[in-house]
Structure formats: C-alpha cells, structure tokens
Ligand binder design. Structure first.
Ligand SMILES: *Cc1c(COP(=O)(O)O)cnc(C)c1O
Length: 451
C-alpha cells in the first residue's frame, strides 16, 4: 500500500521555534520611529506589545523555547499532517513528487493560530486583559478570538467593512469564540472617525483597520495589540510548520527541491521554508517561491524601502518591499493576500536572492484550486490556492525537463468559509486584475523620505 500521509505523534511537536535571524547572511535594517525616523527601542513598542514578544522581535538566538501551556494547546491540532498528492500527480501525469503540509486542521482553519496562541499566552503572562486587532476577511481575527477564548482574554476585532458586510461567517465564528467585532473604519477610534468624515462609504482596508487597532491598544492601559503576520516574532512562531515537515521528510526519506507558499505578509511561507532555508544558506540546493496575486504584487512590483505598516502612519517604519501604505488593493477573493508590503525578514531574504517570487491572476488560481479539490478532495482557501497553481506549474515543468523534482507546498488553510468565491468562479464571474504600474508609482511617491 502506498503511503498518502505522514502523521507524527503529539510528542513529536517541536519544543523550540526556529529563528532565522541566527543564520541570515544580512539582518534586516532596524525599524524606525514614525516621528523621529530614528531606530526604535524596546520601550517604544512596550505601549502595545508585551516584553516577551519584543524580546523575540529583536532576538538573534537560533532556538526559542515554546512554553508548556502553548505546546499543550498546539496538541489540539498539531503536529499537522504532511500529504503526498498522489492523485494530483496522477491527474497532471507528472514525474514530480508533490507534498503539501496541511494547516487547515486548526480550529480556525488556517496556520494563524500557530502565532495567535503564543501571542495570547505572553500577553496573559504580562497581565494584559484585552487584545485589539484587525482582520481582513477574518482569518486572523478568528484565530485571535480562538486564542482569547482559550486564555481568558477579551478580544476586540476591527474588521475591514466590505468583509464585515459580505462575509458574515468568520464574524459569527469570532463572536462564537466571544470576541467583539467592529466594521472598520469604525466610529470607535479617532483614525476611523477621520476617514469616515472624509468618505462615509469607505469600504475599509487592512491598513486602516491596523491604525484603529493600534490606536485602541495605545490608548488603553490594559490592552495590547496583536499582528497576525509580518513581524519577526510571528515568523518565529510559524516555524513549527517547517520544523514538523523536516521531521516528516526524515521519516520517509528525501527532502524538497522546491518549497512554495502563498505570500500575504509572508508568515506561512516563512513558517514552512525557513527551517529548510537554513540548510540552503549553508550550501544545500533548494528553491523557495513566494506566490502573490497580480492585484497586490508586493515582491514582484514593489520597492525595497522603509514604509509604515498601516495607513495612518502610526506604526514604526519597516524596511519592506512595499506598494505604499495607502495602496488600496482591489477586492479579490484571496483577502489574506491584500497587504501592501511583506515581512522584513522575508523581504531581506528575497533581496539577497535566497527566495524567488511570482505573481498569479485569480482565474488561474481558481482553476488550480478546483483541480486540487477534484483530485485531493480538500477545498483550499483562495490564498493557499496561489501555492497550488505554482506547485502545478513547477510539476509540469519538471515533467517537460524529464526531472524528478520533489515539491513541497503550504496548504495554509481550507476554503469552506470562502465558498462565495467558488460560486463566483463556477458561474464565470471572476476577473483577473493586474494592478496598474502608474498607480503603484503614485502611492510609492507618497512614501516617507528617510535620511
Ligand atoms: C492569512 C492567510 C495567508 C496569508 O498570510 P501570510 O502571512 O502570508 O501567511 C495565507 N493563507 C491563509 C489560509 C491565510 O489565512
């Protein structure tokens, strides 16, 4: 009987996270204060983050212990299974071996609880009572709501208004886990009210929702902020994905030649690839590919420079590939891939040539998603389907070149709360959108000038 999945017992959950800052050839440039434009210190961040997470943010230690309480909750769904996509391989007639690490087994249905759980834990330890955060389509908000319910923390979520109105299911999930959800821009914060005054019909954006959540946290003593991607500590927590995958490949023998992940802020790709990238940095051959939508092409069309993390310019300036902090991405279905920039760690590695990037249009993405659903069974999240389309492309190339490549991709979540997107695809309503170069130029012209 051929093996389809590799499942590790609970005791094989990694006890430490991996921090790529110990191995990168060049560390990212430091975050700058939004006002003074000078490097920030730990004190600047302590208004909205607990010291333990600030420590991880600046740590260059290779291994960071995972607290017992976090491991205990990780066992609810971790270790996550590694699948061999036998049926997809057959459908493609490829000689490549295709594997996927499935993160849709978490209670929230994506990889995001890998970081919301430790973030809730460290905030609880620091005596914090409430977390304020933002969410686009709802994946991060629901992951934080889940973590809040498991640790007894209140959670307030600013949810991008279009999603709040059009996608009620994740909002209902958040409320079921006990969170309070506001449509953003909201009337609860100054930044929200200001935007609504100028444009009462504003559909919202992730950048605006971040401004609201940061303001909420900064103006309440018992409240901190939590971010679901981009920051160093988030990427560290997500390393459990790749560390498990490494163990799973050790069990079956072999190792991936190509690792692929969708890239919104970069956390699932970093999670699955960084533990393997460590070997590439030390000479092993490996390709790592970030896949982004053509409608939000941060790595493939953005510029590598300092930018704010939010629209209002409240967050520190980070060195990132960015489309500009007031970039308004069109309403594509992969809501989790609409952020205007990417994680500084991932950007630095991309800049140094250790990671590649490609952009895909959403019709190709859904063609691949449906092909996957009809061969492997799982209906993937539209975000994850970006990794699938590229895995299929690479498998087909491998066939044409007569090579037997081993491909690993991150199936970062399931799509059972994204069925409206599938309905649109199946009825031929999806359109490709390539973000116009002139508009990218315009928003980049509004970036802060440093030095
Ligand atoms: C949020 C999300 C992403 C994109 O975020 P990254 O930080 O780039 O991982 C991808 N897939 C799913 C299922 C998500 O929920």
């Amino acid at each position: 009987m051929k093996e389809t999945k590799v499942v590790l017992p609970d005791r094989e959950i990694p006890r430490q996270w991996y921090n790529i800052m110990a191995d990168m050839p060049n560390l990212p440039k430091p975050p700058l204060h939004p006002g003074t434009k000078q490097p920030i210190g730990p004190g600047d961040l302590s208004v909205i983050f607990p010291m333990a997470l600030i420590g991880q943010e600046v740590s260059t230690e290779r291994w960071i212990d995972i607290p017992e309480e976090v491991l205990d909750i990780y066992t609810l769904w971790r270790p996550a299974p590694l699948f061999r996509a036998h049926r997809l391989e057959k459908a493609l007639g490829t000689s490549a071996k295709i594997y996927y690490k499935y993160e849709g087994v978490s209670p929230a249905g994506s990889h995001k609880p890998n970081t919301s759980i430790p973030q809730a834990y460290y905030n609880k330890q620091a005596g914090i009572k409430r977390i304020a955060t933002e969410t686009g389509a709802g994946q991060w908000g629901s992951s934080m709501a889940l973590a809040g319910s498991l640790f007894g923390l209140e959670v307030t979520v600013y949810m991008v208004r279009v999603s709040y109105n059009q996608k009620p299911y994740r909002r209902i999930a958040m409320e079921t886990w006990g969170a309070t959800v506001h449509p953003s821009p909201s009337t609860v914060t100054n930044s929200g009210r200001k935007i609504l005054e100028a444009d009462p019909e504003c559909p919202g954006s992730l950048g605006i929702a971040i401004s609201e959540a940061v303001e909420d946290a900064a103006t309440h003593n018992d409240t901190n902020y939590a971010l679901g991607s981009v920051l160093n500590h988030v990427l560290i927590h997500q390393s459990v994905i790749g560390l498990e995958a490494k163990k799973q490949f050790e069990l079956i023998g072999g190792s991936p030649d190509i690792i692929i992940g969708s890239c919104g802020g970069g956390s699932n790709l970093a999670g699955i690839s960084f533990p393997f990238l460590r070997d590439k940095i030390h000479g092993k051959e490996l390709r790592v590919i970030a896949v982004e939508p053509t409608s939000c092409p941060t790595l493939t069309k953005g510029e590598f420079r300092y930018d704010f993390g939010d629209t209002a310019g409240l967050t520190p300036l980070l060195m990132m590939y960015t489309l500009g902090h007031d970039f308004m991405p069109p309403g594509i279905h992969a809501g989790g891939l609409r952020y205007h920039a990417d994680a500084p760690l991932l950007c630095q590695l991309y800049h140094d040539g250790l990671i590649e990037a490609v952009a895909c249009g959403q019709t190709a993405v859904f063609d691949a998603a449906v092909k996957f659903a009809r061969s492997e069974g799982i209906i993937p999240a539209p975000e994850s389907a970006h990794a699938i389309v590229t895995a299929i492309d690479e498998a087909v190339k491998s066939k044409e070149e007569g090579k037997e490549k081993t491909i690993l991709f991150s199936l970062s979540g399931h799509g059972y709360l994204d069925l409206t997107a599938y309905a649109d695809y199946l009825s031929g309503k999806l359109e490709d959108y390539v973000y116009p170069d002139e508009m990218i130029k315009e928003s980049l012209a509004r970036l802060p000038v440093i030095g």
